[in-house]
Design a protein around this ligand. Structure first.
Ligand code: GAP
Length: 460
């Protein structure tokens, strides 16, 4: 058995089976924009649901939020994004392609020597596309700007949020007061973020519109190290929960000078993608930077009063920040398995290579697919009755075309944990056959017991 971690194969599967489509495809597509299809939206929702459960509802110290994407422009002045949220850009003087300079350094293996005090001259590198000379480095702000209201002038400029965090900081006081929170506590949010990336790359890895799952965890500054360590552990558990092999996840301490402007310590969780080891998630110690800035710009008091000591101070923040789309990509790559020669010896549907998407059950887009052995009544009628009942509690599908072997393969390829076959004996004994995706073992289960059977198997 070989686990082929090949991006092309996963991109093809994602398109062919309705996980992820290129956006606006009938118009030729839009660069690095993707749409989640029927199976993709289930997978993505399952990831968000699992994250919300692990990071919010399973805990006593977390609450949620869903803030607006377009906020007062002062939010981004205060946070430093208007001045600092930029990437270094170089342009080829010959073909006019634009590149992120730090990525070019990495590609030229110059990154370890990259010292911001002594930058490497772009003249020492050539355009990777045509070998042309590169321009000097310019800073390019990545925030998408638009106008609010009918007048397009500087007074009506607003931004699409570049991170969900902003909405959390500006609601700190609202949440603190309405929920009577005590430190340490966190506010979580899942939502879209937008960055006008200079270069997009590798399918859904780096896009201009993406989704984040973020926590801002407010702590007494004297305790920050302890909480940072605890969140590291939670993030490790999360990686395991979505099926990432430990050996493919690397924790990288980000050194001084390379961290975001607000961070005093950052650990990136990098994943060994087929296109290189790259950032999957980040954990940052944002100190009191954001609340101090918002206090300054808004003139609102954002201090916390300790209920026992009555000490007043600005809490410090630990921020686990996770990309939804990168989670989808890493989960798909980890789950994608090719079995040479096929797994089953009892069917003519064996192919040279069989694909099994070994997604954790909680992430699988479809949990159960009902397969009548024949396309005819009364098997179809009984199958539909079973389907309708199970659909109330589980995401189910139905497939009555092709041989049973082929239908199993189709479900294996999209990661469905259980296939339920209704055969002629079912009409007599009121039982059906359940086949397990991973072990391929089959159980004969009474129709009346199906609900409890699946609740146990799927941990519902
Ligand atoms: N609030 C902190 C923050 O936004 P970040 O490292 O810039 O930190 C956090 O982003 C996470 O968001 C990344 O680790 C990644 O998972 C995801 N992310 C960032 N930019 C992305 C992009 N252009 N496309 C897809 N995901 C992205």
């Amino acid at each position: 058995m070989e686990n082929q971690r090949n991006i092309e194969k996963v991109v093809n599967l994602a398109k062919r089976r309705g996980f992820i489509f290129p956006s606006s495809e009938i118009y030729g597509g839009l660069s690095a924009s993707y749409d989640y299809g029927p199976l993709g939206v289930e997978l993505k929702n399952n990831i968000k649901k699992a994250w919300w459960k692990m990071f919010v509802t399973d805990r006593m110290d977390m609450v949620g939020l869903d803030a607006a994407i377009i906020m007062h422009p002062k939010v981004w002045e205060a946070s430093g994004h208007v001045d600092n949220f930029s990437d270094p850009l170089v342009e080829c003087k010959k073909c006019h392609k634009r590149f992120r300079y730090d990525h070019l350094l990495e590609d030229n293996s110059l990154e370890p020597k990259h010292d911001k005090a002594k930058p490497i001259d772009p003249k020492d590198i050539v355009c990777p596309e045509c070998g042309g000379q590169l321009t000097d480095v310019k800073q390019f702000n990545m925030m998408f700007k638009t106008f609010m209201g009918p007048v397009e002038d500087s007074a009506s400029v607003v931004y699409l949020r570049p991170e969900t965090a902003g909405g959390i900081f500006v609601n700190f006081k609202n949440v603190l007061e309405t929920q009577r929170m005590k430190l340490p506590f966190g506010i979580a949010q899942i939502g879209k973020a937008f960055r006008n990336e200079i270069t997009t790359e590798n399918f859904i890895f780096r896009t201009r519109e993406f989704e984040q799952m973020e926590v801002e965890y407010f702590v007494n500054p004297k305790d920050w190290k302890k909480h940072f360590e605890a969140w590291l552990e939670t993030m490790r558990n999360w990686c395991e929960l979505i099926g990432l092999d430990k050996k493919n996840v690397v924790e990288k301490e980000i050194k001084d000078g390379d961290r975001a402007h607000y961070s005093k310590r950052t650990v990136d969780f990098e994943y060994k993608f087929p296109f290189g080891q790259k950032e999957l998630y980040g954990l940052a110690y944002r100190t009191d930077y954001d609340l101090i800035q918002h206090e300054k710009f808004s003139k609102e008091d954002l201090k916390y009063t300790d209920p026992i000591s009555r000490e007043k101070f600005i809490p410090h923040v630990i921020e686990p920040s996770l990309g939804v789309d990168r989670s989808v990509l890493a989960a798909l790559l980890s789950a994608y398995t090719e079995v040479e020669g096929g797994r089953s010896t009892t069917t003519k549907a064996i192919k040279d290579v069989e694909v099994v998407l070994r997604l954790p059950y909680a992430l699988a887009p479809i949990k159960i697919t009902v397969l009548p052995l024949s396309k005819k009544e009364p098997l179809t009628k009984l199958s539909q009755e079973i389907l309708l009942k199970l659909k109330k509690n589980f995401v189910c599908a139905y497939d009555e075309t092709a041989s049973i072997g082929k239908r199993y393969r189709r479900q294996d390829e999209i990661g469905t944990p259980y296939c339920l076959t209704v055969d002629f004996d079912s009409l007599e004994d009121n039982k059906v056959t359940i086949r397990d995706r991973d072990s391929m073992k089959q159980d004969r289960v009474a129709i009346d017991d199906l609900e409890s059977y699946f609740r146990e198997k799927l941990n519902y």
